[in-house]
Design a protein around this ligand. Structure first.
Ligand code: CTP
Length: 319
């Protein structure tokens, strides 16, 4: 089949630094956007050459045993032992086994969601993916409530739950976990050594309080496979963000993919300020040189896919 042009230079490089985000204007507008089924299928096929979301979404019980040694993906010299708790929480079969959905929503955490009124639209999708345990209750009008899968980088425990320093924070996390109510909790436990204790705390909490979540821990090859796919399409990502990982996985089991809350820029399309996250006070500097992410580059690729009808980006208000 023909090549999928993800990083085409179709848009003229009009760079006006005073208006950074104007060049990110999303076209076609919501009403004119059409899903491109042929292209979506072609992308699914291409991605399947690099990874299989059904398998790579989680390591399974059969493949590890307590005491096994794992080298962290980003810190090859550091290792961890598979604990009894982790082993217990590994799924026996893929939580995505034979799953297929008509439409899926992937909800990023950009402040562009605030005042979007997208909650109802998001909740209407068959499968809703969220990132990093982002709060929903207080923002339901804009982000919805439905959660079928939510990710949790270990750093979230530090950033949003004060490293569980006291009973109050432990209770807060516990409440959030209980509210997941049977959905998939996706914990990248083998990425970086920094998260070792945090993953263990969460595992312990889930087991001790019989929290009703289906835990999943991405395969050791997922990161490199995702990077490989995008590199092949000339998108040079150092370390894919959670959002891009979720899109790449979703192509396997979602017919149509809708993205909300993907907007890594400090101004919106009307030049109004946008918060980095819809729910906290983290600043944009956070994604600067220090961060391994290259969100604007990812965004450019997603925007191109939107223009071709492979996915739909919503970066303003929902109707
Ligand atoms: N995102 C975005 N624009 C923002 C913030 C987030 O497009 N201003 C998207 C990114 O794809 C991101 C996802 O939403 O991966 C979830 O946001 P966040 O929790 O900040 O994810 P990460 O940056 O990947 O997580 P971390 O900071 O822990 O690496």
């Amino acid at each position: 089949g023909a090549e999928v042009v993800i990083n085409g230079s179709s848009s003229p490089a009009v760079v006006d630094r005073s208006n950074e985000s104007i060049k990110h204007n999303i076209q076609p507008a919501s009403s004119k956007w059409r899903h491109n089924q042929t292209l979506s299928l072609r992308i699914r096929k291409q991605i399947l050459k690099f990874l299989d979301a059904e398998k790579d979404i989680s390591v399974l019980k059969g493949t590890l045993k307590p005491g096994d040694i794992i080298h962290y993906i980003f810190d090859r010299d550091s290792t961890m032992n598979v604990s009894q708790n982790l082993y217990e929480l590994l799924p026996r079969t893929s939580p995505l086994k034979n799953k297929h959905f008509g439409t899926c929503a992937i909800v990023g955490n950009s402040g562009v969601l605030l005042n979007s009124g997208c909650g109802q639209e998001i909740d209407a999708h068959s499968f809703v993916i969220r990132c990093n345990l982002a709060p929903v209750q207080e923002y339901a009008r804009d982000v919805g409530l439905k959660t079928d899968l939510v990710t949790m980088n270990p750093s979230v425990i530090q950033r949003a739950f004060e490293d569980l320093v006291n009973a109050t924070w432990r209770e807060k996390l516990l409440q959030r976990l209980h509210s997941l109510n049977g959905s998939i909790l996706w914990i990248p436990a083998f990425m970086a050594r920094g998260g070792k204790e945090r993953v263990e705390w969460v595992n312990e909490l889930i087991l001790k309080h019989h929290v009703n979540v289906r835990t999943a821990y991405p395969s050791l090859r997922l990161l490199h496979a995702v990077r490989g796919y995008w590199l092949t399409n000339k998108v040079h990502i150092k370390r894919p963000t959670t959002g891009l990982l979720m899109y790449t996985l979703a192509t396997r089991f979602c017919n149509q993919i809708y993205l909300y809350g993907f907007w890594p820029f400090p101004l919106d399309q009307n030049q109004n300020p946008v918060k980095y996250h819809y729910y906290d006070s983290l600043k944009y500097g956070y994604t600067s040189q220090a961060s391994p992410h290259t969100m604007p580059l990812e965004f450019k690729a997603l925007k191109s896919l939107h223009e071709q009808g492979a996915l739909k980006l919503t970066v303003g208000q929902c109707d």
